[in-house]
Write a protein of this length. Sequence first.
Lengths: 144, 409
Amino acid sequence: MILHPPLPVADDLSQAFWEGVNERRLLVQRCAACRRFQFPPDASCASCSSTELSFEEVSGRGAVFSFTETVSGARHPYFQSISPYLVGLVQLEEQEGLIFASNFPGSEYADLEIGAPVDVEFQEIAEGAVIPQFRLRTVRLAER
Amino acid sequence: MSMTKRHSAAFAGFGQSRVFRGPEAPLGDLAVEASLAAIKDAGLDLSQIDGVVCTPDAPFSRGDSADGAEFVSASYMVKALGVDPRWTADVPGTIANSTLAAIRAVESGACNYALLFRALHNPGSGTYGHTEETKSGEIQMSGTDAHFAVEQFRASYGLYPPADGAALPWSQYQAKYNSGSREQMAALVMQARKNGLAYEGSYWAQYKPVDLTIGDYLGARMVSRPVCIFDCDIPVQGAGAFIITTAERARDLAQPPAYVHGIADGVPARRSVTVDEALEEQLAHNRDIGRRLWADAGCGPGDVSIANLYDGFSIMTIFWMEGLGLCGEGEAFDFIQAGRISPTGQLPINPSGGNLGSGRLHGINHLMDGMLQVAGRSGKRQVKGADLAVVAVGMGWAAGAFVLGKDPL
Ligand SMILES: [Zn+2]
């Protein structure tokens, strides 16, 4: 058995988001009435309750919102096998509250700092299964 | 104090079962043991119990759990005790939610003597279930639909509550306030253990009666940085029970009561968020509960003599301290130093050990201590002059806060 992370499974609301991710595009739901973005996708706008929502591509630029290194206690066999690993949240620059999970590929725990700029990239975690990841911009530049 | 008398309920009895690390005794038996002890403590007969309420939710839900084994419901208790209630309820959330329901039930007249209990199962091994392997070897997410909707955005990253849910806001706190090191947190966790060792019902007092040293804490196995194993409560199997009745009836029972001065409910987040682990959301929620609690109680954070603040993870106590206004924003880590939260300090916190010092009985310890302290019943743990206590249990919607007093309103 090949170990891989749990695979995301789209539902009706998130279908367009995951289709976008598979095409290496970060699509976020946006309200036509108040122009607010929201993630995760929902049936109505969390700000104004409008149901006129569509998906719009965003920059993929953001900043570290919070982070940890999971050393022990991972419950999934894949994550047990790669522990310790980094995990945390990033907030996109488009709007406060647009928050995504990330493993900060290429970084060490000591590199991470809240507010540090990150950029989206896409990771194939199993055949045909892609998730967005966010890499520290300093790491990205250093690797060039 | 307000002219309007907002509350007429009181805590009149308490009982706790034996506590085990795993399922050494059937959970149903432990729940009955605690309930009978609470009824006896209050000096009541079984025939007087006309309300039964609990929070049956099992922290380790497997979908195939059985009443009396992995969880215990109100109807299980009704049958086990052979009582004939006119009000029963299984309230989701934590014991905070069922305590709020019990207080309102006696205040509304739905019942006169509510038996409130909570039983916590620990399978001894295993995990809070979010993932499983299917027969084909494929790893998939499992759980309820509500879980599932959020899990699709975090399970692939190995982002799992609850430990990450404590670590992430703690990392935010450190950056925002330039405070909150593990060296600072050690003061809280070491005090919790010390307090728990003075409580005979504590897991640590019964099985591993040793203080936690600074070396133990700083050298402990990390779980999710900065959370180490001692920032997490130890899962146990056990139960606790309370008798809630009206203040008037409580006065005629066997023990001095603890009078309800104020209550406040946790409520769900108003907006959908990716994660419920963000610092601002947690603090805003606790502040909101605090505002409603002090308004209801007609007093303020400066008036209480002790605090019992939920500590399933150590950082949760910090968030309750600041949310309830017991110290200033960003000041909790400074406040917990220099013995200020010890039983003889400026504001004793969790004098019976809370979850960290007594084991994961999900808030039973906090309510018990608040109740017994203001009633002057805490024996060797009695805090001098503890006539008004604040108790805050849980987080998010599965939370509630209480002000309990020695004197009736
Ligand atoms: Zn809108």
